[in-house]
Design a protein around this ligand. Structure first.
Ligand SMILES: [Zn+2]
Length: 311
C-alpha cells in the first residue's frame, strides 16, 4: 500500500504579492526537499482535480460561495488583485488554486476510501482551516478539510471521522463548520493567545481544544496530546482521520512562538497513525495548512510524510 501525494501547478498560481508569507515558493520548497531526500520515490504522485460545487456546499453556505466565486472570477478576469481582508488577497490565480486545493482533499478521500492508496498527503494552497461557513479569512478561502470530511460522511456514507489540527493557529473555520456535528471529533493544539484569538473555550462537545502559551516546546506538547487527545480519539473510534497539517508551530517559524521540531511532527504523525491503524484501516488524508519558514516547512513535511509512507 502506498501514500499518495496530491498537488497541482494551479496551487502555485495563487500569489498574494511580494513579501506575503503564504507564497507559491512554499510548495517548491516541499517538493525540492522530498526529491533531495529521496522520499518522492516512495510516493504516488497524483494531480488534483477541480472540486465539485456540490462538495463545497457540504461545508459552506451557498450565498457565501456564490459571492466568493464572483470576487475570485473577477480577479481572474481583470488580472488584478483585491484584498478580502488585510492578510487574504483575491489574486488572478486564486479561484483555480482554491478549487484544486479542495479538489485534492476530496479526491484523496475517495482514493483512500476506494483502497487504491493507504493514505494521502495534499501539498495544497491556499490553506483552509480559518475559512468559516460564510467567511474567507486568515489566508483561507474554502475549508478543504471540512469539504473532504463532509464528503466522506455525506457522499461516501461514513458515520464517524476525526479531524486532527496541529497548526500553530486555532482552526476557527473548521470549528465553526463542524461544531455540533457529532459525526466528527475535532482535536487540536494551538498557541493561545494568537490569531484568530479563538478556541480557548470549545464551541461544541465534539471538540477537544488544547490552547498552549507561547514558547511551549515539544516535550510539553507531546504530554498534552497524550493526555487530552488520545483517549477521546480511541473512544470515538473514527473510520477515517483528516489532518490539518500546519507546520508553523516549528521553532524556526516566525508566525508563531512555539518550539516544535521535525521529530515532534514525526511523533504526532505516529500517534495519529496508531489510531488510524486501530480503528480506521489506516485511512488518513492530510492537508497542508500553515508553515512559513521554507526550510523548516520542507523538513517538517518530510518528517510527516515519511511516517505516513512508513519508510
Ligand atoms: Zn497557521
Amino acid at each position: 500500500m502506498t501514500t499518495a501525494f496530491y498537488s497541482h501547478p494551479d496551487c502555485r498560481g495563487h500569489d498574494m504579492g511580494p513579501g506575503h508569507p503564504e507564497c507559491p515558493q512554499r510548495l517548491d520548497a516541499i517538493e525540492d526537499h522530498l526529491i533531495a531526500c529521496g522520499l518522492d520515490a516512495a510516493l504516488e504522485r497524483r494531480e488534483a482535480p477541480l472540486v465539485a460545487p456540490s462538495d463545497v456546499d457540504l461545508a459552506h453556505e451557498s450565498l457565501f460561495v456564490a459571492e466568493l466565486r464572483e470576487v475570485l472570477e473577477r480577479a481572474e478576469r481583470e488580472g488584478r488583485s483585491r484584498a478580502i481582508d488585510p492578510d487574504t488577497v483575491a489574486a488572478p490565480g486564486t479561484w483555480a488554486a482554491v478549487r484544486r486545493a479542495a479538489g485534492a482533499a476530496v479526491s484523496a478521500t475517495d482514493a483512500v476510501l476506494d483502497g487504491s492508496v493507504e493514505n494521502a498527503f495534499c501539498a495544497i494552497r491556499p490553506p483552509g482551516h480559518h475559512a468559516t461557513r460564510d467567511q474567507a479569512m486568515g489566508f483561507c478561502f474554502l475549508n478543504s478539510i471540512c469539504v473532504a470530511a463532509r464528503h466522506a460522511l455525506d457522499v461516501r456514507g461514513l458515520e464517524r471521522v476525526a479531524i486532527v489540527d496541529f497548526d500553530v493557529h486555532h482552526g476557527n473555520g473548521t470549528e465553526d463548520i463542524i461544531a455540533g456535528d457529532e459525526r466528527v471529533l475535532m482535536v487540536s493544539i494551538f498557541q493561545h493567545p494568537l490569531y484568530p484569538y479563538s478556541g480557548a473555550v470549545p464551541s461544541g462537545t465534539n471538540m477537544v481544544n488544547v490552547p498552549v502559551p507561547p514558547y511551549t516546546r515539544g516535550p510539553q506538547v507531546r504530554a498534552l496530546i497524550e493526555a487530552n487527545w488520545m483517549e477521546r480519539l480511541d473512544a470515538f473510534a473514527p473510520q477515517m482521520i483528516f489532518v490539518s497539517a500546519g507546520f508553523d508551530a516549528h521553532r524556526d517559524d516566525e508566525l508563531g512562538q512555539l518550539g516544535l521540531v521535525e521529530s515532534d511532527y514525526a511523533w504526532m504523525t505516529e500517534r495519529i497513525k496508531a489510531v488510524a491503524d486501530k480503528h480506521a484501516q489506516g485511512r488518513i488524508v492530510s492537508c497542508l495548512e500553515g508553515g512559513y519558514n521554507l526550510a523548516a516547512l520542507a523538513r517538517s513535511v518530510a518528517a510527516h510524510v515519511r511516517v505516513l509512507a512508513g519508510v
